[in-house]
Structure formats: structure tokens, C-alpha cells
Design a protein around this ligand. Sequence first.
Ligand SMILES: Nc1ncnc2c1ncn2[C@@H]1O[C@H](COP(=O)(O)OP(=O)(O)O)[C@@H](O)[C@H]1O
Ligand SMILES: [Mg+2]
Length: 385
Amino acid sequence: MPSQLRSPLLPGSAIGVLGSGQLGRMFAMAARRMGYRVHTLSPDEDTPTGQVADLEINSCYEDLDRIKEFASGVSVVTFEFENVPAATAAAAAECAPVRPSGQVLHTTQHRLREKTFLAQSHFPVTPFRRVGGLEELAQAADELGLPAILKTADFGYDGKGQFRIRNPEEFSEAWNAIGRREAVLEAFIDFECEISVIGARSIDGEFVHYGPVENRHRNGILDISVAPACVPENVAREAVEIAHAVLDKLEVTGVLCVEFFVARDGRLLINELAPRPHNSGHFSFDANVTSQFEQQLRAVCLLPFGSAVQHTPAAMVNLLGDLWSEGEPDWHAALSVSDVKLHLYGKSQARPGRKMGHLTALAPTTEQALQDAQRAREQLRRSAD
Ligand SMILES: Nc1ncnc2c1ncn2[C@@H]1O[C@H](COP(=O)(O)OP(=O)(O)O)[C@@H](O)[C@H]1O
Ligand SMILES: [Mg+2]
């Protein structure tokens, strides 16, 4: 690699972010706090990232001339949205370093490629089969057993593109429901709990991590994260070791989250990877010396990592658009819980299931933090009555 590509990008440099959601917004806040400029590109306007960036470019990801122009105007390109086409990452890479690399994106944006990579690298992964049609679905269900979950190979998030199959009568409904396209059938895991480890890796292989964090989902969408997770020490250690090995194997320069199921017998199974900061790490903005977003910045700018130490137990609850169904939530009431921090993403349209913001509570114990975060969220709702 030419030496100038290994030199640190210092404050004042411009960072390009592909994607424009809340992850980019919090990244941009961390970057601007440290004196960087942030340019964002996505097909949308007045976006969560664009509102706090120096420059918001409105373009589709397929317009490769615009992508090259965008990359030429920054010192490094990173992303907050993993469904950027491979050709887009390649076009950007002609004009600026892309971190993490397009190869990391390519592997992790497609469930089948991701799971195949994990299985071939001998990481513990939920049993799965590729499904390309109804006959293969029946065969896969025969091998894995029911219940099982059918998931589209690409473009899934927040539980979208998934169907839980309980009996063979549901095969055709499931296949239609996910749009009759390439999919993965996964054994249903009767887990004890779900945890995640967010790792950050430097270009030279230095590693820091957040976690494990315990995650509770509702309707396939993350609802609550509690940090640190209350799991036995050997489970926590193993989860961090696996995450470290995954980031090494993928040669990530940046941040990547590993989501796990903890089986009833304590075994860990990887559910999925996300090659970027993750919803389950939002607490780190308030509860850690250095947030996941700042570590992403430091990693892509080739700067030393900050301490990832968590100074206070924390719990985060997501605020979905459903909360707006009867009008504006009562922010005043929620903020009367004094250890709670409010984060809103600047989205003007509150649709059911859409992530609009989150609350993080900081307290002497995780139990207290969880109670406070939930109480504050309840108070937002109460106002709607
Ligand atoms: N094989 C499975 N067994 C049990 N629960 C699952 C399984 N797959 C997914 N889920 C539940 O659905 C949630 C979302 O699924 P996930 O595969 O992580 O998709 P997404 O990309 O939408 O986050 C998981 O966090 C878990 O709660
Ligand atoms: Mg997930």
C-alpha cells in the first residue's frame, strides 16, 4: 500500500459517509466534535446524517460518476448502510480509501454469503440451508426441522423479509411472503438470551470492544439493550474472542457488530454480522469513555483508539414511530427521569416500526438503568392518553 494511504487523517480532513440514517448522524456528531468535516451521500433529502453533516449529496448509489466525484472530495469513505452495491464501493475506492473495504460489505450484506463465510471459517453459526424454490424449502425444512425461519438473502433489516414457519402447510405462504427470491432457511433457536459484541479494529489489527450487551427484540426489531449483559463470565469471554476472530478474519478496518444467540446450554451461535456501528452500541455515546462512533472515526482515520471502558451501567430503549400514533410524545415527562438521555434522529415522518430515536439511562446498576429507561418511555406514552 502506498505510504500516504497509511498516514493518519488528521482533524480538518473530510470523511465521506455512504448512507444517511441515524448511524451516520451519530458518527457525524463524533467526527464534527473532533474537528472533522463530514460529507454524506444517499438517495434521500434532509436526512438524519445530512442535518448534521457539512455537505449532503443527494444521489442514487448506482450513479458511479457521482460516487467518484463524492469520493474525490474526501480523504476516506466509510458507510453507515451496508446495502451499498459492490460496484459503488469499488467506484469510491478508485478515488479514496474505503474503510471497511468493499469486500467486507460484500460478504456481510448477503445472508447466504455471510453464513457460508462463517461456517467455512469454523465459527459457530445457526444451522442454515440455501433456499431457491419451494422444493428446496421443503428439503431444507426436512433437514433442519420445524419451526424454522425463512429469511431473504439480501436487504433484510429490523425483522423485514422474514417468515417463521411452524408447519409444512405454511411453506408456500412463507415463500410468497418473502417475495419468492433467494433465501436462507434457519433452524429456530430457542435461546436463553441474545447478546452482541461490537468490535473496532485498526488497520494494524489493534482491537477494542463493547460487550457483550444483552438485546431484547420485539417483532424482530431491537427494543432494549442492557450493558453490560448479565451472562456468565466464560460466555462473555468467548463472545469477545469470537468477535475478535471474526474482525481479524475479515480484516476489518472500522467497526463491526456480531449478534449472538446464547442457547439454553450456554453455547454461542452467531446470528448475524453488521459491518458498522450498531443499535446495540448506542449506549456507548453516554456510558463509555469513547463511543462506538468515535472508534469508527479513529479506525478509518488511522488514529489510536480511545478507551472503550464503560464508566456507568446503562440501558437503552428504542423509540419507534408507533409512539407518535396519538400525537407528539411527552418529552417533558420523559426527561423528568433525570438519569435518562434523549436522542432523536431528526426524522419528520413517524411511521410504525421506524426507529425515531432512543433513550439511554445511566445508573449504579443495570437493573436500575433498565427500570429508569422503561419508566421514561412509559411516560412518553402516557401523554398520548
Ligand atoms: N433462527 C432464529 N431463531 C430464533 N430467533 C430468531 C432467529 N432468527 C432471527 N430471530 C429473531 O429475530 C431477530 C431479527 O433477526 P435478524 O436475523 O437479526 O434480522 P435483522 O437483519 O432484521 O436484524 C433476531 O434478533 C431474533 O430475535
Ligand atoms: Mg439482527
